[in-house]
Ligand binder design. Structure first.
Ligand code: SF4
Ligand code: SF4
Length: 535
């Protein structure tokens, strides 16, 4: 396995906060090529990395700099990733080591701590890149059709844009035509154009009954007075993100982020106001009662264009970040079938568990529930997570060491948000807090917590979504059951269970992240036996 490590100075922000050569020292011996770049997104960087990949025949790449979440959101970041994949590295073997938000920006007053933590994070990412199994991408020819949920003024503007670009449109509303007249018909000319268009269809009194698929190819079953009908569309546009019934129906089948009111929200209101965590589902970024017509048009344009940008390619590649079954171990007990909230598991005719890749969202709940360890998730394999706990424990940082299991839905983005809170107050949080990203709170195996105490962590924090916010519906609550049992096990081993904290958080709550972390450190500091102790 030939590994390449590319570190971005992020325009000087990393260089000024930590010792780059010391941070790379751990990985330098195992990498075929190590490069320090000024910024990943400078012109020519993607070409330079691609050249290295081809010349050194690299199989795995670590991008040390921005957060994993940045690579999911930013267009320039996905361009870089695409270039790396095109040069020959499997998409599952490209790992981001987040040393910007969670090292350089988090610890501006602690160069030694930030450096040691960065070194550990880069090492863990290198292990992840090397050991993750190669995944096949599924090439999809995106369907030129869009489902719009909610017939509003914004919906008809977006529909008009899409129709004029050659897409066909299905508009579904909760109510019938007479009741929704006041909403969309304020834009009479546009509405007439849309409703009379041969490529448009309006479904009244609709409910979303079923759905599966991904960007480019969704299958949606709507129920209306005409019965159940199935539609195949390339993308979904939620024109009523404030309509909790639409949102909760969508959430039964796809990952949708919600706020405290249960409204669907975008990935990043500042930079990506229409995009959601699922790349094929967009929201109308602006739903305010006092919104002017011009605001509605802008919101509709933003959402329609964001979707068209994704659907206008000849092919899109869907990587199967799903659960895999080891049939040599599977006993067909069907525990995973009962655990999966998305109906992605079934027992096939040969008696083994089967995963429906169109429904699986890679949450990992089935991995944790399987009694014989027959399941794994391709992007976060069990052996990697367990090994990462041990690797992080070796970090040479000062003070009580705390590991943070951060769910990808809320915990990890909240830790990233904490960087701007630190910038506001100029003082970082303890660099002995070591983060490990997990796909969902439901992926947390009790074994990882026990291992963390065994290898010397004084505290374990799990940052997960608030109740009702989990991308994977009930991953966070599922975890509760296991953690309550785990507390009993900890006490039986003389480990004060106050060392294990479960913290509910939202993606933008950087201040809350730091506040709760301060509480964790103060609790651990006040505990009588000082250390976790051997298991
Ligand atoms: S829980 Fe494990 S053993 Fe049981 S059916 Fe699912 S994969 Fe097989
Ligand atoms: S990873 Fe989650 S969605 Fe996929 S099969 Fe397992 S429990 Fe179901």
């Amino acid at each position: 396995m030939a590994l390449g490590v590319f570190l971005s100075r992020c325009g000087g922000r990393i260089e000024s906060a930590l010792d780059i050569q010391a941070a790379l020292a751990g990985v330098a011996g195992r990498a075929s090529v190590v490069r320090v770049l000024d910024d990943f997104f400078d012109a020519g960087v993607a070409e330079g990395i691609s050249r290295d990949i081809e010349e050194h025949r690299l199989d795995a790449v670590v991008l040390a700099g921005h957060s994993e979440e940045h690579f999911a959101k930013s267009l320039s970041a996905s361009h870089l990733r695409d270039a790396i994949v095109a040069a020959g590295v499997n998409a599952n073997r490209v790992a981001a080591a987040n040393i910007l938000e969670q090292c350089a920006l988090a610890h501006p007053d602690d160069v030694a701590g930030a450096t040691a933590k960065a070194r550990a994070i880069i090492d863990v990412a290198a292990t992840r890149a090397e050991m993750a199994e190669a995944v096949e991408g599924e090439m999809i020819r995106p369907r030129s059709s869009v489902l719009i949920l909610g017939v509003t003024a914004e919906a008809v503007v977006a529909a008009q844009r899409l129709l004029r670009l050659g897409y066909s449109v299905v508009l579904a509303d909760r109510e019938d035509g007479s009741k929704r007249a006041g909403r969309a018909f304020e834009m009479h000319a546009t509405t007439s154009y849309v409703l009379d268009h041969p490529q448009a269809r309006v479904i009244d009194s609709a409910r979303l009954q079923d759905g599966d698929g991904y960007l480019g190819d969704f299958r949606i079953v709507l129920e209306s007075a005409d019965g159940l009908e199935t539609y195949r569309v390339g993308g979904i546009l939620l024109a009523r993100p404030d309509h909790t019934e639409w949102v909760s129906e969508l959430r039964q089948h796809f990952r949708v982020d919600v706020d405290d009111a249960g409204f669907a929200r975008s990935l990043d209101p500042a930079m990506h106001p229409a995009e959601t965590v699922d790349p094929g589902i967009m929201v109308m970024p602006l739903r305010r009662s006092d919104a002017q017509q011009v605001d509605k048009v802008a919101a509709a344009d933003a959402a329609a264009m964001a979707l068209v940008l994704k659907l206008s390619h000849d092919t899109v590649v869907h990587y199967r970040d799903t659960s895999a079954v080891d049939t040599a171990l599977c006993g067909g007990c069907a525990t995973c079938v009962r655990t999966c909230a998305f109906g992605a598991c079934s027992i096939s005719d040969d008696g083994f568990s089967d995963v429906d890749i169109r429904r699986c969202v890679g949450c990992g709940k089935c991995v944790v529930s399987c009694p014989v360890g027959a399941r794994d998730i391709v992007s976060s394999p069990h052996d990697y997570l367990l090994g990462a706990v041990r690797d992080l424990a070796r970090a040479k940082v000062e003070g009580d060491k705390v590991i943070g299991f951060l769910c990808g839905g809320c915990g990890y983005p909240a830790a990233d948000s904490a960087a701007s809170t630190v910038a506001g107050r100029g003082v970082g949080y303890p660099s002995s807090f070591l983060p490990l990203r997990i796909p969902c709170g439901g992926r947390l195996d009790a074994l990882y917590v026990l291992e963390a105490f065994k290898v010397g962590f004084e505290g374990v924090c799990v940052y997960r979504c608030r109740e009702g916010h989990c991308h994977n519906l009930v991953g966070n609550l599922d975890m509760d059951r296991r953690v309550n049992l785990l507390r009993t096990v900890l006490r039986s081993r003389n480990i004060d269970d106050a060392r294990l904290r479960i913290i509910d958080i939202s993606p933008f709550e950087g201040e809350h992240f730091i506040h709760t972390l301060e509480e964790v450190y103060s609790t651990i500091g006040g505990l009588a036996n000082g250390k976790g102790g051997p298991l």
